[in-house]
Each structure stands twice: as structure tokens, then as C-alpha cells.
Design a binder for this molecule. Structure first.
Ligand code: AMP
Length: 216
């Protein structure tokens, strides 16, 4: 089963995708994680992506589509996957539809995690991550040093794309380039929506319910 999680930056897609993948056994594929891994490994793709990521811009479609199609062509993706952060443009969505249809597959459902702009700005402003493992915390909602320090250290970093100018840009980019996907998937009758302003646990339950509705 191929499933897309859609939503603005900071909607909780990453956290929900990891948990939903664990609960359903679906393979979690995040294009943001793939770019960051390339960056850590110092690849050409990583260095190219960084120039866009730091400004909250999208990495060009041709590069992103090529990377994603290569990934879903591998054996471990044959049984399906949970897309997190892809597609982000109509062109990416069309490329994904085409590639899946060539394999005799299709998107089962696209689930929108719905969160208002005001809430997103509040959430992204305090987001930090562990300098060692990359785990994400929030200065207000999920403080890094509330329990035991992550990786034995309290050193936290703010992603360049979580700085204020980049946040404003990412929201604009979402409205201009990614939000049209809500209509795109609505037209195929495969769009579901969950309220992303509930507790993280309630969002997770609603996601499972939406998935069960299409798998039964
Ligand atoms: P994310 O972790 O999903 O918020 O992604 C971080 C950054 O990676 C984004 O702000 C973009 O610069 C880039 N990125 C991730 N996924 C895509 C995509 N599907 N298309 C273009 N750029 C992407």
C-alpha cells in the first residue's frame, strides 16, 4: 500500500510518519531525511540540496524526482511505503503516479494533516534537534532536557530552515507549490484529512483509522 502524508511544514508529518510506519509496518520514506543524509555524507546531491534547504526553498523537481524514483525502485519498497514530504509539487505528484502505474500500483490514500498557519508559526519557532542523532524537540512542547539528556548531551541545534526568515519562506512555498496537491488528490477521491491540532496521540489514532478505512 502506497500512502502519502501531506501537510504544511511543522504539521508533525515526520513524527507521525515514524510512528505510523512502526505501527503498520509500512516503509517510511522522507525526502527531507534523504537530502540530510546526503548532506552528512558530503555527496554532490547533498551539497546541491543544502543551498535550497537553508533558504526554505524546494530542491528542483528533476533532482528530487530522480532521487525518489530510484528509492522506490528498490526491493524493500515493493510492498508499499509511507511518503513523508513527497510529493511537494504537482509535477512530483504526476511523476509518482506514472511510476507507480508502470508497476501496476497506485496511491491508496493521501492524508492531509491539517494545521492553521498561526499554529505552524508557533510550533516551528521553537523546534531544535540533537546535534548528535538529529532527534527533534521543541523548546516549549517537548523540551530536550525534560527527561534524560539526548545522546548524553544537551547540545541542541536549530536547523537553518527553522530560522524565522526561512520559516516565512517555507510557508509561502507550501501555499504556492504544495497546497495545490490538496485539490489534485481530492479530484481522484483519495484524499483524507485529520485534524493536526489535537494531541500527537489523537492525530496518530486518526491516521490509523484513515488507513484502516482504505485497507479493509
Ligand atoms: P523536510 O524535512 O521534509 O521539511 O524537508 C526539508 C527540506 O528539504 C525542504 O524545505 C526542501 O528544501 C527539501 N525537500 C524535502 N522534500 C522535498 C521535495 N519533495 N521537493 C523539494 N524539496 C524537498
Amino acid at each position: 500500500m502506497y500512502v502519502i502524508l501531506l501537510g504544511p511544514p511543522g504539521a508533525g508529518k515526520g513524527t507521525q510518519a515514524v510512528q505510523t510506519a512502526e505501527r503498520t509496518g509500512l516503509l517510511h520514506l522522507s525526502t527531507g531525511d534523504m537530502f540530510r543524509e546526503n548532506l552528512r555524507n558530503g555527496t554532490e546531491l547533498g551539497n546541491l540540496a543544502k543551498t535550497y534547504m537553508d533558504q526554505g526553498e524546494l530542491v528542483p523537481d528533476d533532482v528530487t524526482i530522480r532521487m525518489l524514483l530510484e528509492r522506490i525502485g528498490r526491493d524493500d519498497a515493493r510492498a508499499g511505503c509511507l511518503f513523508d514530504g513527497f510529493p511537494r509539487t504537482v509535477e512530483q505528484a504526476k511523476a509518482l503516479d506514472e511510476a507507480l502505474s508502470e508497476q501496476g500500483n497506485e496511491i491508496a490514500v493521501t492524508i492531509l494533516i491539517d494545521v492553521s498557519n498561526e499554529e505552524i508559526t508557533r510550533r516551528l519557532g521553537g523546534r531544535v534537534s540533537c546535534a548528535t542523532c538529529g532527534s527533534v524537540f521543541h523548546e516549549i512542547f517537548n523540551p530536550p532536557n525534560a527527561g534524560s539528556p539526548c545522546c548524553g548531551t544537551v547540545k541542541m541545534i536549530q536547523r537553518d530552515d527553522d530560522k524565522p526568515e526561512a520559516i516565512a519562506n517555507r510557508l509561502q512555498v507550501y501555499a504556492d507549490q504544495t497546497e495545490p496537491l490538496v485539490d489534485y488528490y481530492n479530484q481522484t477521491g483519495k484524499l483524507a484529512s485529520v485534524n493536526g491540532e489535537q494531541s500527537s496521540q489523537a492525530v496518530g489514532e486518526d491516521l490509523l483509522t484513515a488507513l484502516q478505512a482504505v485497507s479493509s
